[in-house]
Design a protein around this ligand. Structure first.
Ligand code: NDP
Length: 454
C-alpha cells in the first residue's frame, strides 16, 4: 500500500496490507490475549494507558510530523490534536475504576443481588483519518481499560499514525496479543466484518456505516457508529459583537480544512445582522494562510483525499446554479497537492447540496433567516443529527432553540468541540451509540446480574 503526502502528491512510505489469513490469525491471538488482559485489575490496565499517554506526549513532535505528512494537517493542528487527546486519558484515570466497579444493589435477607460489568471480548475498531489520534483514543482506550482486546484498522490515509499507536501501546506495557493494527484499505475493512468479533466500533462516513451495520447485523453483537454531520450554526441578532461571532464561526467551519465531523457546515444569520456578519466572515476567511502544512503559519493545508475536490466543485457549481453568490474561493488550486480555496457561498437555500450534504472541506453556505422559528426549522432540515450551535447573548433564547434540536450535542456560544466529560453521539444518519464519558466505557462492557444466596 502506497502512502502519499497530500501536500506534494509524492509517495512517502509503502506498507504491506494484511491478508485475510493474517486477520484470522490476529483475531485468534487477540482472543487468547484478551483472557489474560481481562484478569488484570482496572488500575493495572489504566497504568499501561497512562504510560502510553506519557509516551505520546514525550514524542509529540515526531507523531505530529507523521500525521502532517500523511494527512496534510497543518503541523500546529497536528500538535494540538496530540496534546488535546491526553484529556481522555486523564479522565479515564480519574473515573474508570468507579465506572467499572461492581454494583451491589440489594443485600436483604438471604439474597444478594449485584451487577458485574464484563468486557465484550475482542473488538474490531475501524477508524477514520481526519482526527486519527482523537477518534482512535475515543474508542480503543475505553475498550482496553474495560478489559477487551482490540484490532484497530486505521484508514488507509492514516496508516502510519495507526502504526504509531501500536508501537507506543506495546512500549507502554499493553501486551502484543491485546492490541493489533490491521493495515489495508476498505476491502480489508470488509474482510474484518466477516470475522466473529464481539463488537464492531466504527468511525467514518454514513454510507460506510450503513453498510457495516447491515453486514454484521445477523451476528447480534454490539455495533456502534460515529458518522458524519451537516452541523448548523445559528447567529442570532443579539450577539454582542458581530465581528467576534464571525471570527469564531469561521474557525468552527475551517479548522482542519473543514474535515471535522462536527465542523460548522452551514450558517443561518438573523436578517438584521446578515450583511455585517457576511463582511466580517469573508474578511476573516480571506486572512487565512493556505499552503505548506509544515509551515508554522499555515492554517489551511491540502485536503487529505484528492477525491474530495470533485465533491466540493460539484457543491459550488450546484449552489451557484441555484442562485447562491460566491463571495470568495470556489476553485481547486492548480499544481502540487490537493488544495482547495477556502470558499464562502451566501444567499444559500435548502435546495442546494451545500446546505444538505456533508461537504467535509473548506467550504460554507450562509443563509439569511427572519426569526428563530425559521432558523430552527432549517437547522433541523437535513438527514444528520450530530451537533447544532447558536450564538446569542440571551440564554433563555438559546436554550429554547437547542431544546428543539434532534442532535447528540448542542452548543451555546461555542461550536466544533468535544469533551471527555460528556457523551459523543450522533442521531439520525450521524450514528448510533456513544463514545466518551461513562457511556463511552459502558459501550465496551456487558452487565452480568448475580442473584446470590448463601
Ligand atoms: P469512510 O467511511 O470512507 O472510512 C472509514 C473507515 O472505514 C476507513 O478505515 C475505511 O478504510 C473503512 N472502510 C471503507 N469501506 C469499508 C467497508 N465497506 N467495510 C468496512 N470498512 C470500510 O470515512 P472517512 O475515513 O473518509 O472519514 C470521514 C467521515 O467520518 C466523515 O463523514 C466524518 O464526518 C466522519 N467522522 C465522524 C466522527 C464522529 O465522531 N461522528 C469523527 C470523525 C469522522 P479506508 O479508508 O482504508 O478505505
Amino acid at each position: 500500500m502506497k502512502i502519499k503526502n497530500p501536500a506534494t502528491n509524492k509517495v512517502i512510505a509503502e506498507l504491506t496490507d494484511n491478508s485475510p489469513s493474517e486477520i484470522k490469525s490476529k483475531l485468534n491471538t487477540l482472543r487468547k490475549g484478551q483472557k489474560e488482559w481481562s484478569r488484570l485489575s482496572v488500575r493495572e490496565r489504566l497504568d499501561c494507558i497512562v504510560k502510553f499517554g506519557e509516551l505520546m506526549q514525550a514524542n509529540k513532535e515526531e507523531l505530529a510530523a507523521i500525521l502532517t505528512s500523511e494527512t496534510g494537517k497543518p503541523l500546529q493542528q497536528s500538535l494540538n490534536e496530540i496534546v488535546g487527546a491526553q484529556n481522555r486519558i486523564d479522565h479515564l484515570k480519574n473515573n474508570a475504576e468507579k465506572w467499572l466497579a461492581d454494583e451491589n444493589l440489594v443485600d436483604s435477607g438471604a439474597t444478594h443481588e449485584k451487577i458485574v460489568y464484563e468486557p465484550l471480548g475482542v473488538i474490531a475498531n475501524i477508524s477514520a483519518w481526519n482526527f486519527p489520534y482523537n477518534v482512535g483514543y475515543n474508542v480503543f482506550l475505553y475498550a482496553l481499560v474495560a478489559g477487551n482486546s482490540v484490532m484497530y484498522k486505521p484508514s488507509e490515509y492514516a496508516s502510519l499514525t495507526g502504526k504509531q499507536f501500536e508501537k507506543y501501546l506495546h512500549e507502554a506495557g499493553i501486551p502484543k496479543n491485546v492490541f493489533m493494527c490491521a493495515i489495508g484499505d476498505g476491502k480489508l475493512g470488509q474482510r474484518i466484518l466477516k470475522e466473529p468479533f464481539d463488537g464492531y466500533f466504527f468511525t467514518g462516513s454514513h454510507a460506510t456505516g450503513q453498510k457495516i451495520a447491515s453486514t454484521v447485523a445477523s451476528k447480534l453483537v454490539p455495533v456502534q457508529l460515529e458518522l458524519g454531520g451537516k452541523d448548523p450554526l445559528f447567529v442570532a441578532d443579539d450577539v454582542p459583537d458581530v465581528k467576534v461571532a464571525a471570527v469564531n464561526a469561521a474557525e468552527g467551519a475551517f479548522y482542519n480544512n473543514g474535515q471535522s465531523c462536527c465542523a460548522v457546515e452551514r450558517i443561518y444569520v438573523s436578517e438584521g445582522i446578515y450583511d455585517d456578519f457576511v463582511e466580517a466572515f469573508v474578511n476573516e476567511v480571506e486572512s487565512y494562510v493556505l499552503g505548506d502544512p509544515t509551515n508554522p503559519d499555515t492554517f489551511l493545508g491540502p485536503l487529505t483525499r484528492e477525491q474530495q475536490i470533485a465533491v466540493l466543485k460539484d457543491q459550488v457549481g450546484d449552489a451557484i446554479a441555484k442562485g447562491a453568490i460566491l463571495k470568495t474561493g470556489g476553485q481547486a488550486i492548480e499544481g502540487e497537492g490537493y488544495y482547495f480555496q477556502p470558499t464562502v457561498l451566501i444567499n444559500c437555500t435548502h435546495d442546494m447540496k451545500v446546505m444538505q450534504e456533508e461537504s467535509f472541506g473548506p467550504i460554507i453556505g450562509i443563509q439569511k433567516v427572519k426569526d428563530d422559528e425559521e432558523a430552527v426549522a432549517l437547522m433541523q432540515d437535513t438527514e444528520y443529527g450530530l451537533t447544532a450551535a447558536i450564538f446569542s447573548s440571551n440564554e433563555d433564547r438559546a436554550m429554547e432553540v437547542l431544546r428543539q434540536m434532534n442532535t447528540g450535542t448542542v452548543y451555546w456560544n461555542c461550536c466544533d468541540r468535544v469533551s471527555p466529560n460528556v457523551p459523543w453521539s450522533g442521531r439520525k444518519s450521524s450514528g448510533l451509540g456513544a463514545t466518551l464519558s461513562v457511556q463511552g466505557i459502558r459501550a465496551f462492557v456487558q452487565p452480568k446480574s448475580y442473584h446470590l444466596r448463601s
